[in-house]
Design a protein around this ligand. Structure first.
Ligand code: NDP
Length: 341
């Protein structure tokens, strides 16, 4: 493991308060040193409530701090681009929230800047660390399901009341279900199948939770480079929904329930000629796993579960979903984000 890592958190955000502070603090050798907020008053309140020692209200001051090696960018989506570029310029490793950016172009620039600066760029697609997804990926890779034919993901819930703010109201922040939820599904599908999503047919709707033309519901059919068809359902306004993922192959099917969550829960059942077999899972805190992998990458021993390049690829799929919904036609995913064949 690397030496001590001091973290600076960008933004007095809910995800930091609810998950990431604990994830960093429980990782040996890691400490949250400071928080930056555009509002000194908000930053000071956040620091007092969470026990963070220092507050900055100028980003340049946070980035100049010698006791900070890693930055967690947990601001609203439209800020990620400029803040990650500033981190790279300051030589700080960066864990950025999803979606990585609001355009593929910006995402590619962020990846290139971090590569040039030789800093780690990871994206907080925590669902890669979910035990159900890791088990499913292994079973798919083992060939036990035969040829994969179709996949289905369901990412439905009620957006908690305290989060019913910019996400469903302010288009300039990259609001809506596609950039918030579909981006996670795209990442998980790429992770499970080890494949790229190349084309999208989608429809979106506002069931009444979101403002104006912002979608609180997105349904899409995706096609992968390997020819698998995927159905994704992303909804903000269904309190009794459950999250799920299904993988159907010619020799077997996997059914995961409650897997697309923040909590380390969920189950997987394998159904094949032998009947139904529950898969044994070792659950762990998904965000703590992200921090651990990030540490390893900084130490040069590994790579983050989700790299900057992965982050641009999932963003490109979510943007294609929005384009298809707008035009009513199939949208191609930006091929600059594909892994080489
Ligand atoms: P919040 O709305 O809680 O915070 C976002 C930013 O808004 C903060 O960084 C803060 O920046 C500013 N802010 C906070 N409170 C206020 C306020 N009262 N008035 C005005 N501005 C305020 O966002 P989330 O924590 O829900 O999301 C942050 C990022 O994390 C997003 O990119 C989101 O997509 C992502 N996310 C990822 C999850 C995951 O599981 N990977 C889960 C949830 C979110 P500042 O203090 O600098 O003004």
């Amino acid at each position: 493991m690397p030496g001590r890592i001091g973290w600076g958190f960008i933004g007095a955000s809910t995800i930091s308060r609810e998950w990431m502070l604990e994830a960093v603090r429980r990782t040996p050798g890691n400490e949250v040193v400071a928080v930056f907020s555009r509002s000194r008053q908000r930053g000071e309140r956040f620091a007092a409530e969470t026990g963070i020692g220092k507050v900055y209200d100028r980003l340049a001051d946070l980035l100049a701090a010698p006791d900070i090696q890693a930055i967690y960018v947990a601001s609203t989506n439209e800020r990620h681009h400029s803040e990650v570029l500033a981190c790279a310029a300051a030589g700080k490793h960066v864990l950025c929230e999803k979606p990585l950016a609001l355009s593929v172009e910006d995402g590619l620039v962020m990846v290139a800047a971090c590569e040039r600066a030789k800093v780690v760029l990871a994206v907080n697609h925590h669902l890669r660390g979910a035990a159900p997804h890791r088990a499913m990926r292994e079973i798919i890779a083992s060939g036990r399901l035969g040829r994969i034919v179709v996949v289905r993901t369901a990412h439905g819930a009620l957006l908690p009341e305290h989060l019913q703010t910019w996400r469903i109201r302010d288009a300039a922040t990259g609001a809506g279900a596609a950039l918030d939820l579909t981006v996670h599904d795209a990442d998980i599908v790429r992770f499970l199948l080890d494949d790229e999503i190349v084309a999208v047919q989608a429809m979106t709707a506002n069931s009444g939770l979101a403002a104006g033309s912002i979608e609180d519901t997105a349904l899409a059919i995706l096609r992968t480079r390997g020819g698998v068809l995927v159905h994704v359902q992303d909804v903000f306004n269904t309190p009794f929904n459950r999250t799920a993922a299904e993988i159907h192959g010619t020799k077997g099917s996997l059914f995961a329930l409650d897997c697309m969550t923040q909590e380390p829960i969920g189950s997987v059942v394998l159904r094949n000629a032998g009947g139904e077999t529950p898969i044994e899972l070792e659950h762990e805190n998904r965000y703590a796993r992200v921090v651990r992998q990030f540490n390893e990458a900084i130490a040069g021993h590994g790579r983050p579960d989700c790299t900057g390049r992965d982050g641009v690829a999932s963003l490109a799929v979510a943007l294609a979903v929005l384009e298809s919904a707008r035009t009513g036609c199939e949208a191609k995913v930006d091929s600059r984000t594909f892994a080489p064949t």
